[in-house]
Design a protein around this ligand. Structure first.
Ligand code: UD1
Ligand code: CA
Length: 485
């Protein structure tokens, strides 16, 4: 499809009903600001220029755009004097900066996170088919309260748009509403904007009046009804924000189910837009997949799992865990209750069990960190076992240091591996050791005090205590377990 020259997104409004310090259009829906969803839909049209009109919350919006959509232009509406005023000053500014308006300007609002490129393509196609000067995207809603109503003449042609506050009782019965999205021929638009008045209930320059003005000049004014009314829903408060998030969640989940992903409980499964899933992935309840997470065939994620920017390979299994920027290899297993931080690399069939935290570390093929451990800044070879409650002591208070563990190593439970340190292939460490020196291949490192038993200590120091009574009983009873040893 031939791209339009300019998409202009209105985002200067106050967003009062959000009751927030965050600019309205920056409130996220499934991890992405509403404005981001609108820009994404607009970008699908491949326009030469996307420009955002900022005003209220301007610094926040501009700084988000600079980091995420640096190609987008911004233009400031200093005073909020209505949607028509916003478009008027924006076009003046953009033209003075050399932006070509070409033959079509698309106007959108920044608070419609469910909008899709497909709907905009349909709108553009309708505009072109009818050779209109202006085409408005409409929808028929069961409850049209608050929206501008589409007024049609006896031949069903669009006559004007009347704002709810300006509408008569009869006009308020109309359920076809203005989405606030349009395609305009720029020359007529600029001329009509110059004619706008503020003679209305809100004392604002209404963009919607452009349609009636152009019609009075004998120009063709058209309407295109959105196939899916949900898409044009604007978000003005936090209830609508949650509704929009649920609708987007639903849409994304359904699309993945059609691609062959099993989603056991769609109501509690959240998949952000940039996530990629293969067929036969299973998502258990309460799973949240965020950012650029990618999951390969046969993997099972959840329940109760959040993955942020993770790569999960074939048939891996992640149970009740949280991971960020981790790579989970084929057939690897994680959880329950583990935490994988950036730089975690689990190779094929690696196992990370319960209550394990890993950061910036490679766990080699078939190696296991089954219980209650911290592994940081480390490299673990293949088929190695890290005993329960092992800590990789990587930080001396100033710098982080690396630990290197070879293949087929057995680290005893409750070992402290004080980095920098290397444990050679096939070596062992004794449980409870504090390993400060390198361990050669095949060696057993023991680094703990010897045990000594002070016989009769309880009788001397705790005479008459329950311990003393139990001990005395055991010592006098030759069949007791302790006595036999
Ligand atoms: C507008 C339409 C209404 C339509 C509805 C759809 C007008 C007069 N009315 O009404 O027909 O049904 O959208 O949601 O256009 N904005 C600015 N600068 C301003 C005023 C608004 O940038 O001076 C921006 C807002 O940030 C928002 C958009 O324009 O993104 C719409 O403004 P809003 O005040 O929400 O208009 P509505 O009363 O909802
Ligand atoms: Ca609105």
């Amino acid at each position: 499809m031939q791209p339009p020259s300019l998409v202009l997104i209105l985002a200067a409004g106050e967003g009062t009903r959000m009751r927030s310090d965050t600019a309205k259009v920056l409130h996220p829906v499934l991890g992405r600001p509403m404005l981001g969803h609108v820009i994404n839909a607009a970008a699908g049209l491949e326009p030469s220029v996307i420009a955002v009109v900022t005003g209220s919350g301007r610094e926040q919006v501009e700084s988000w755009l600079a980091s995420t959509w640096p190609q987008a232009l911004t233009t400031v509406q200093q005073e909020r004097r209505g949607t028509g005023h916003a478009v008027r000053v924006a076009l003046q500014d953009l033209v003075s900066r050399g932006v070509e308006l070409g033959s079509e300007v698309v106007v959108l609002t920044g608070d419609t996170p469910l909008l899709t490129t497909k709907t905009l393509e349909d709108l553009l196609a309708a505009h072109r088919e009818q050779s209109a000067a202006a085409t408005v995207l409409t929808a028929v809603l069961p409850d049209a309260t608050g929206y501008g109503r589409i007024i049609r003449d006896s031949s069903d042609a669009v006559e004007s748009i009347v704002e709810h506050k300006d509408a008569t009782q009869a006009q308020r019965e109309i359920r076809e509403i203005n989405s606030g999205m349009y395609v305009f021929a720029p020359d007529a638009l600029i001329k009509a904007l110059a004619e706008l008045t503020t003679n209305n209930a809100q004392g604002e320059e209404y963009l919607t009046d452009v349609l009636a003005i152009e019609r009075s000049w004998g120009l063709r004014v058209a309407a295109h009804a959105a196939e899916i009314a949900e898409e044009i829903a604007g978000v003005n408060d936090r209830e609508q924000l949650a509704d929009a998030a649920a609708a987007l969640r639903n849409r994304i989940n359904r699309a993945w189910m059609r691609e062959g992903v099993t989603i056991v409980d769609p109501a509690t499964t959240w998949i952000e837009s940039d996530v990629v899933l293969a067929r036969d992935v299973t998502l258990e309840p309460s799973t949240y997949l965020r950012g650029r997470t990618a999951i390969a065939e046969g993997a099972v994620i959840g329940p109760d799992t959040t993955l942020v920017d993770c790569t999960v390979d074939e048939c891996a299994h992640v149970l009740r865990s949280h991971a960020t920027e981790a790579h989970i290899g084929p057939n690897a297993t994680v959880g329950p209750f583990s935490f994988l931080r950036p730089g975690t690399e689990l190779h094929e069939k690696a196992k990370v069990g319960a209550y394990v935290e890993i950061k910036n570390a490679i766990v080699g093929r078939g190696s296991k960190v089954p219980h209650l451990s911290y592994v940081g800044d480390a490299e673990i070879g293949v088929d190695t076992n890290i005993g329960a409650a092992t800590i990789f002591v990587n930080y001396d208070g100033v710098k982080k240091h690396r630990t290197v563990i070879g293949d087929s190593v057995r680290i005893g439970s409750d070992s402290m591996l004080v980095a920098p340190v290397t444990v050679g292939d096939g070596a062992y460490t004794a449980a409870g050791s504090v390993i400060t020196d390198d361990v050669p291949p095949g060696a057993m490192a023991v680094a703990r005090a010897r045990q000594r038993n002070i016989l009769g200590w309880v009788k001397m120091k705790r005479a008459g205590s329950t311990s003393d009574i139990a001990a005395t009983k055991a010592l006098n009873n030759p069949t007791s377990e302790t006595e036999k040893q």
